[in-house]
Design a protein around this ligand. Sequence first.
Ligand code: ATP
Ligand code: MG
Length: 901
Amino acid sequence: MNTKLKKTRVVLYFFFYDCISTCKFILPCTSLSLLYLYYIYFYPFRHYIRAGVTMPLAGRWCRITGSSGSAVGCYWSAEGEKIPERSHASAGAPHAAAQLHGTRTRVDHRPLTGILRSSRMSVVGFDVGFMNCYVAVARAGGIETVANEYSDRCTPACVSFGPRNRSIGAAAKSQVVTNCKNTVQGFKRFHGRAFSDPYVQCLKNSLVYDIAQMPTGTTGIKVMYMEEEKVFSIEQVTAMLLTKLKETAENALKKPVADCVVSVPCYYTDAERRSVVDAAQIAGLNCLRLMNETTAVALAYGIYKQDLPALEEKARNVVFVDLGHSGYQTSVCAFNKGKLKVLATACDPELGGKDFDEVLVKYFCEEFGKKYKLDVKSKPRALVRLYQECEKLKKLMSANSSDLPLNIECFMNDVDVSGKLNRGHFEEMCVDILARVEPPLQSLLEHAKLKKEDIYAVEIVGGASRIPAVKERISKFFGKELSTTLNADEAVARGCALQCAILSPAFKVREFSITDIVPYPISLKWHSAADEGLSDCEVFPKNHAAPFSKVLTFYRKEPFSLEAYYNCPNELLYPDPTIGQFLIQKVVPQASGESSKVKVKVRVNIHGIFSVSSASLVEVQKSDETEEPMETEQATDKDGESKMQTDQDEQQAQGDAQKETEEKTPRENEEMETNTEESKSEKKSDQPPQAKKPKVKTKVLELPIENSPQWQLADDMLNLFVENEGKMIMQDKLEKERNDAKNNVEEYVYDMRDKLHGMLEKFVSESVNALSLKLEDTENWLYEDGEDQPKQVYIDKLAELKKLGQPIQERYTEAEERPKVFEELGKQIQQYMKFVEAYKMKEEQYDHLDEADVTKVDKLASDAMMWMNSNMNQQSKQSLTVDPSVKVKDIQAKTRVRMYG
Ligand SMILES: Nc1ncnc2c1ncn2[C@@H]1O[C@H](COP(=O)(O)OP(=O)(O)OP(=O)(O)O)[C@@H](O)[C@H]1O
Ligand SMILES: [Mg+2]
């Protein structure tokens, strides 16, 4: 009967497996067919689906509409593990709200509508904050913020260097006090900065760790690592952090991670962005996009909204405010159905939670100076502790307005210190900081050309946006209640993961286009060969749509160089306006000796980085019928060394950018955009002047470009860093294994010692008590010679201990198991005896049996009974401190003997 059921199940499994395959093909079709499939295929076998059909479904996606009207979906991982869909709460605020109010929502409006390729591709978003990092992943139809090895979703942006390894994240944070000189925090601000940068020089003295100049002139971090002084570039340090975040994502997704989107502040310049891209590469990540933090938040907000105005309707303007630990960023975005457009951004990169901490630290330094005569700033360790305590106090003050204590034991010179503060007093001390909240908001509205009444909502994120006085000021400025529908800490990471899902072919995501902006106006300057002077032109004004390409036309006879720079020295939050030099090579005059038309494509790419992406020379091949050169107006202008001609139509270009943001992958973007731009420019340039139709043929030659972006890491250096990161990862792994081996010895010593005085006590003979002595010796050894030994030494030590401990443990296990297995054997013997008895009583049911067979069973049962009794007898006389006379496995072997059939 049972076998029959099993067989039926197997058949059904395969049938069901077939159904799922069919389903996979039909999924993109109408919901009607899905419903049909459900009733025909799934409904009759729903119990089997629940019963354990996981294996045949491995790696496949199915979507089942439940009878209740709510949709249920499951994904079976390749390992056969069933992963339920994310809870509504984690899928976004509207779901959470709907659940809270008891309304039943269909999950179909979630942005991730399916898995296109249940491949090894990762979809991950990293929020690399100044203080805190978050990792979000797309899986099973939802976006999820994942936890690190400490079950914490927040990973501190901290790297600590030791004599044998690096510690990153939470493990590094715990060394901030004990290993302060070699524990690095707050390095986000050094990206793309020269060591000589006044900003870096100014910070230098306030840092607990040392910074130094890299051979290339950028900023490096000087630490003791592996007992040697090392200077790591900022890209390397961020790569270390990214390695950790990558590992967190890999542990959560249980597959290797490469494709990702990484957040950057929206005010980052080119050099800073390039530095982060390099860091991602060093960490072995394929960064599909560097995403502005405020844009990531806007995406995380908008993609879930079901009630956005239609495309032809007036857009909904939402302001996003992110106050983190180091930076204050605001943006205003216009939302329509399936579309978000950043209108403007405004920032104060030097305003954040750290400024509030500094006010507190300054206050307590003075107070402890007066009260305890302590010079806190003279002791880095004490200062670090004070920062930690002040940050805690600041957070407490956000929730509580009464007097709150600050106590630190053994703070300095063995002195315990204490102080107190309340929110009112704190706010008074922070008036100057709080006054900096409003100006960016003012400038945001000005640049977006919006009035306060045009703002639909103000969404706040970032840890420091929890400070009541900050919230009050923002709310007062806009004259409205602030909106906190997003998770203030995780919104950036979630937005990045959503963007990654949009860019990755692994997921099917609801159409949602994102148009970002260029934060600072970008100009090009070049030497005009005619008058040896400098010419320049603004190619991307401030707040121009991005990513975006433009084709510029030059008339030249020889190679020429373009310099890109930010033309807003006052506004730029970076000392060096230069973006880079771009040499257009192999430019030659036309056969006629005239200047050639050179088309240069400039681009702000998906990362917000400027580049000269291509250049081509239009070679005019004249026919005999006319001598007319092409585009005479430009060609004759100033001896053919004309001023630059921009080949783009603002209106149309806006649309192109829009289209571009809707594309799935950056590669597709490139192709699409090249075609659009090129064909557009071809059309224009190919128009003959006036009515003349000269018979000319043109040939387009691609020109090589030598790019020299400012502060760009050289390729060989980057490769070296990639290699070194690999070595350091390996070193960390070896050290972890060594530590694990040491911990195993330590754990065994403590565990065995407890057990020898507890459950194993009865099983230890006097002579074997050598183990106790050995354990004690090992414990001492661990704190002396054994403190720092190679992994193999610990493995051998454990083996030595186990050699003594294992027999005792085995005796215990045998003694525990023996009664149970004897009982089992006894029961079995009894069953056979009953059967023999019934046969002898001539019971009808056994009439058909052969007497010789039954006699054989009778003998076997009696023999087994004798064997059991004699062994039980013998064992009961035996001491527990010696090995048992009969082993559990022998008894089990006897039980398994089939006496009949
Ligand atoms: N309840 C709270 N009250 C006051 N401040 C808080 C609270 N919670 C967190 N913070 C502060 O928020 C800051 C951290 O915020 P967040 O994690 O958003 O920064 P970050 O992303 O690391 O930095 P950035 O965005 O500048 O790169 C810290 O200064 C922290 O003290
Ligand atoms: Mg942040």
